[in-house]
Ligand binder design. Structure first.
Ligand code: BES
Ligand code: MN
Ligand code: ZN
Length: 527
């Protein structure tokens, strides 16, 4: 016993560790306690509007066809040089098509970007600008974007550019050079009007999407229920007409929210329910409820390893409702909404819930847990009952990365839409069309509802036979929503994380739902 040369103290070594004062072990705090990054994402190109292109800017010309739009930014000689290049490169101005030209006049670069869809639906200014900026991530010059014909087109192009240039690089320490962040000016005669539209609405929409993508991209070591709450609170700081309520586990336990607390009981990171209310209009609010699983291991019904890391984005629904609320509140939209995030971390552990357990929900209905991996519907069961009871909304929309099944059915271009009433489905479909975030309606057939009946509780959360997974999940959530409350369910498990870059969505977090729900809230108000 070399530590205790003094024989009078030697007996100390035989005492159990507990008898000594405990050392500050990493395990006594949540995670390692060493933040992986202390810096924000790199600066993006700031956006503004002007009637003239600034001198020395690289020109991005949005076109609707092979024809060059009228612009004062090109001299007659430059214009004919560009036209000659268009002809020789066979540039048609189709959506997604670009042409980079160097060495024309004094312009460091002239890039043409097509905007017209093949199916003749008219130009898509958002995608044209978003696709273009992704091809200019290394361009050191400032940009001038020309060709959008009016204020709405200019401001929409700015939304597209903002979404297209998104990056999540705060964890990249070992880089030699930051990506390009020189400013971008949208140029056109309607610049003042476009600037106002951007300042009053679209800027906040783009920021809402970016906020959501940041939360989705954060690893679960950094983003857990309480840190989700803190980051969301910070985003709403100083925004007018907003009230925030946060329920911790003790508060939820008092209200018998056994489903959400049960999902989080295997994790040392406590569950939370965050409710953000924005009052910008009159009448009952529209309720938006989001699944906020900050990491989904599957719990005791543990998932296989392949692709499990993507489950850090299993809080995409919760982030989307907060992003939409942020956009609506910051733009002072004349609407009332209440957004609720049902936050928990689904972990296995000595105290984790087991298959076969029965939990009681807020309203008293009970659930038999057949799979601890069908946890999204559990946290939402408490959230939708609570928000309907406490806030008396005129309608409720929930949004969740609920089932792998929806992704297999619809891929990454459509989220699944479920609604009892056609009139409700129509409202969602219209908002999808306007916002550019697409939905495909899937069935809520009564036969699939039988599949969730339990032998010992009111319903079971999985183990469903002869019913499509996404429909069974939708029915399960619907079981907790009064038939008199107009309701829609959005399953975004196929669209929340994008595997290869699209013009408005660089590979990774999509921020799906912000634009859709922002539009829906503006269009759908209490009667
Ligand atoms: N978070 C998953 C669904 C998911 C899968 C989202 C893939 C994104 C990509 C969800 O909690 C889940 O595990 N669902 C199960 C449900 C089943 C156990 C009834 C599924 O889809 O397999
Ligand atoms: Mn799961
Ligand atoms: Zn999940």
């Amino acid at each position: 016993m070399p530590m205790f040369k003094n024989s009078r103290l030697a007996f100390l070594a035989t005492l159990p560790l507990l008898a000594m004062s405990p050392p500050a072990l990493a395990q006594s705090i949540v995670g390692s306690g060493v933040p992986a990054s202390t810096v924000p994402n790199s600066t993006k190109r700031p956006i503004s509007f002007a009637a003239q292109a600034p001198a020395g800017a690289a020109l991005v010309i949005l076109t609707q066809s092979a024809e060059l739009p009228e612009t004062g930014a090109l001299t007659a000689a430059e214009r004919s040089a560009v036209e000659a290049a268009i002809a020789s490169a066979d540039f048609k101005g189709k959506k997604g098509q670009t042409l980079k030209l160097r060495g024309i006049g004094s312009h460091p670069l002239i890039m043409l970007a097509g905007s017209t869809k093949a199916d003749d639906e008219g130009p898509d200014w958002r995608s044209a600008a978003g696709g273009a900026v992704q091809k200019l991530m290394k361009e050191e010059a400032e940009l001038a974007v020309i060709g959008a014909p009016d204020a709405a087109a200019m401001s929409n192009a700015a939304v597209g550019l903002s979404l297209g240039q998104y990056r999540f690089d705060r964890y990249q320490y070992d880089v030699e050079k930051a990506p390009a962040s020189q400013k971008v000016t949208f140029v056109g005669s309607a610049a003042n009007e476009a600037q106002a539209l951007w300042n009053n609405r679209h800027k906040h929409l783009a920021e809402g999407v970016s906020f959501v993508r940041d939360l989705q991209s954060e690893p679960a070591s950094a983003l857990y229920p309480q840190s989700f709450v803190e980051r969301t609170r910070a985003a709403f700081a100083g925004v007018a007409n907003v009230k925030i309520e946060v329920l911790d586990e003790a508060a939820m336990r008092k209200m018998n929210m056994g489903a959400i607390v049960g999902v989080g009981q295997g994790s040392p990171r406590g569950s939370r329910m965050m409710i953000v209310r924005y009052t910008g209009g009159s009448g009952a609010p529209l309720a938006l409820a989001g699944k906020g699983i900050t990491f989904d291991t599957g719990g005791i019904s543990i998932k296989s390893n392949s692709g499990m890391w993507e489950m850090k984005a299993d809080m995409s629904g919760a982030a989307a409702v907060m992003g939409a609320a942020l956009s609506l509140a910051k733009s002072r939209a004349p609407v009332n909404i209440v957004a609720v995030a049902a936050l928990a971390e689904n972990m296995p552990g000595a105290n984790a819930q087991r298959p076969g357990d029965v939990v009681r929900t807020y309203g008293g209905k009970t659930i038999e847990i057949l799979s601890t991996d069908a946890e999204g519907r559990l946290v939402l069961a408490d959230a939708v009952q609570y928000v309907a009871d406490r806030y008396k909304p005129f309608a409720l929309v929930d949004i969740a990365t609920l089932t792998g099944s929806v992704g297999r059915a619809l891929g990454d271009q459509y989220a699944g839409l479920f609604a009892r009433e056609d009139s409700v489905a129509d409202r969602l479909m219209n908002a999808a069309e306007t916002s550019g975030e697409h939905l495909w309606r899937l069935p809520l057939h009564p036969a699939y509802a039988k599949a969730i009946r339990s032998d010992i509780a009111d319903v079971k959360n999985s183990g469903v036979t002869n019913a499509p997974g996404a429909s069974a999940g939708a029915h399960f959530i619907g079981y907790f929503i009064d038939k008199s409350l107009p309701w829609a369910h959005l399953d975004i498990a196929g669209v929340d994380w994008i595997k290869s870059s699209q013009p408005l969505t660089p590979k990774g977090a999509s921020g799906f739902g912000v634009r859709l729900l922002d539009q829906l809230a503006r269009d759908w108000k209490a009667e």
